[in-house]
Design a protein around this ligand. Structure first.
Ligand SMILES: [Zn+2]
Length: 330
C-alpha cells in the first residue's frame, strides 16, 4: 500500500519557488503586492523589471524603484545574491526575491549591460518577448534563431551567473540557446503545446532539450496558456504530469506568471499592443483568468493523487528550480 503523504506538513516545510511573476513592470508598481505570495506560503519569487515592450531606460528606472523598495525593508525582504540566501531568509521569516527581464531590448545592444543588471539583482533573463530583437527570435514572429549578439549574451550570462531563460523565444532560438549554454537552461513560465496548442506553449522537442541541459519547465497559470481560459487545478495537473511523464519530475516547477494587482482587465493591456500580443492567440479573451500561488495546496493534492511522491512534490514546489539556480548563480 502506498504511504500516505501529509500534504499540509509537506507544503508548510517545502521550499516554494515561483520562477516568474507577471506584474506589468513600472516604477509606479506598489510591491506590497508581494504579500499575495507570502500569504500563500511561497518563499521566493522572481519578479520582472522590464520586457521588450518598454524602452531600456524604463527598465532601469523600474529596477531602481523596486530595488530601493526591497532594500528599505530588510526585516521582511531579502534581495537574493546566492541560493543560500533563500534558505537563510526562510529561517529568518523573510521573503526572498530577485529580478528578471523579459527580452534583450533592455541591453540596448551592449553586452556590458549584462553584468550591470547582475550587480543590481537581476538573476534571470529571457531573450525575446514574443517578437524578434537584436539577440533572438520571438515565439510570435518569424524566428531566425539566435544572433551572434545573442550567442555572446548566453556566454556572458553563464559567466556572470544568471539563469538562461527560453520562455517567449521562438522554437529555433530556444534550441540555439540550449546548445550555446554551458549551464542548465529553463523555460520559467511555459506550458506544453501537446496539452494546449498555443504559440506561447512549447513542443516536446523543446521540453526534451531543456531537460537534457538539466533544466526546468515552469507551469504558467494564465488561463489562455492552460486552455480555453481555464485555471482549475485538474487542468494544471494535466500540464505538470505531461511534462513529468515526458522528461521526469525533476524537470517541472512553478512559474505562475501571476499578477495580484489586476484592477484592470489584463486583456485591455494585451489588446493595446497587437504587435506584441497578436490576433488569433486568445489575447482578445475578455476577463483573462490567472492562477496564483494560493492554488498550490490544492494543486499538490491533485498531483499526489496522480502519483507524485513526496520528494517529487518537493521538487515541483521549489527544489528543482533551486538546483538550476545553484548551478547558474555560482
Ligand atoms: Zn512572460
Amino acid at each position: 500500500m502506498a504511504k500516505t503523504i501529509d500534504l499540509d506538513r509537506l507544503y508548510t516545510d517545502a521550499l516554494v519557488w515561483d520562477a516568474h511573476a507577471g506584474v506589468f513592470p513600472s516604477p509606479e508598481v506598489d510591491l506590497n503586492l508581494l504579500d499575495d505570495w507570502r500569504r500563500a506560503g511561497a518563499d521566493y519569487v522572481s519578479i520582472n523589471v522590464g520586457f521588450d515592450v518598454m524602452d531600456w531606460q524604463d527598465t532601469l528606472a523600474t529596477l531602481a524603484a523596486y530595488r530601493r523598495w526591497v532594500v528599505d525593508r530588510p526585516g521582511d525582504f531579502v534581495l537574493v545574491n546566492r541560493v543560500e540566501d533563500i534558505e537563510d531568509a526562510r529561517g529568518e521569516g523573510r521573503f526572498a526575491l530577485s529580478f528578471d527581464i523579459e527580452g534583450m531590448n533592455a541591453l540596448n545592444g551592449d553586452l556590458n549591460m549584462v553584468s550591470l543588471y547582475h550587480a543590481l539583482g537581476v538573476r534571470q533573463m529571457l531573450f525575446a518577448y514574443n517578437l524578434n530583437n537584436a539577440a533572438a527570435g520571438g515565439c510570435h514572429d518569424d524566428d531566425g534563431g539566435l544572433t551572434e549578439f545573442g550567442r555572446a549574451v548566453v556566454r556572458e550570462m553563464n559567466r556572470v551567473g544568471m539563469i538562461v531563460d527560453c520562455t517567449h523565444a521562438g522554437y529555433r532560438t530556444t534550441l540555439d540557446i540550449m546548445h550555446e549554454s554551458n549551464r542548465p537552461v529553463v523555460f520559467s513560465h511555459s506550458n506544453p503545446a501537446a496539452i494546449w496548442q498555443h504559440q506561447r506553449n512549447i513542443g516536446d522537442e523543446q521540453i526534451r532539450a531543456c531537460a537534457a541541459t538539466g533544466g526546468v519547465i515552469g507551469l504558467n497559470g494564465m488561463g489562455i496558456f492552460l486552455g480555453d481560459n481555464v485555471i482549475d487545478t485538474d487542468t494544471m495537473q494535466r500540464h505538470v504530469s505531461y511534462v513529468s511523464d515526458l522528461v521526469g519530475p525533476e524537470h517541472v516547477g512553478i512559474g505562475f506568471d501571476y499578477s495580484p494587482a489586476i484592477d484592470v482587465d489584463i486583456g485591455v493591456i494585451l489588446r493595446s499592443r497587437p504587435d506584441y500580443w497578436p490576433a488569433g492567440q486568445q489575447y482578445d479573451t475578455r476577463g483573462i483568468k490567472h492562477a496564483g500561488p494560493a492554488l498550490l495546496p490544492e494543486l499538490i493534492a491533485k498531483l499526489a493523487a496522480a502519483g507524485f511522491g513526496e520528494s517529487e512534490l518537493r521538487g515541483f514546489l521549489g527544489e528543482n528550480f533551486k538546483r538550476v539556480a545553484a548551478s547558474a548563480w555560482q
